[in-house]
Ligand binder design. Sequence first.
Ligand code: ATP
Length: 146
Amino acid sequence: MPLKVDIVTAERLVYSEEGVDEVVAPGIDGELTVLPMHAPLLTMIKPGIMRIVKGGQDTDMAITGGFLEVRDDRVTILADAAERADEIDVVRAEEARRRAERVLEERVSEEELARAAASLQRALLRLKVAERRRRRTGLRPGPPGV
Ligand code: ATP
């Protein structure tokens, strides 16, 4: 029995597929591989790359944190934010990176620093996922659909 995988955020259903062979997620304690017949599990995930393998095809996703549950060959991820590699707007991520870097260079409060550092981490993650896709497919970076 392959896996059924749902990735949801407060905003949208990001991914919902049956027939998935493998999910590799950035678990809080390290990389987590879920194959069919996995034991029940509820864990936190940290910002990182999630890989979904279905029918020999890999889909990369940028995921900014959340929870992952495995039960009866169903994998449910409640994510803060998640985008498939082909949905990532590289220009937006570059802008977010520059904004965060500017804040980090200023003398700002601890709170602002922490916020900028987290924002920078998200932007770098998105750029990494988009770049991996570009290398694999030979596509040039750009907003989705371009
Ligand atoms: P920004 O400063 O550009 O808004 P952010 O890191 O603050 O970036 P989040 O709060 O993590 O953004 O996400 C808000 C929403 O925007 C989510 O739905 C997320 O999937 C989406 N999103 C953020 N950045 C991008 C991007 N570069 N490409 C596509 N979707 C994005």
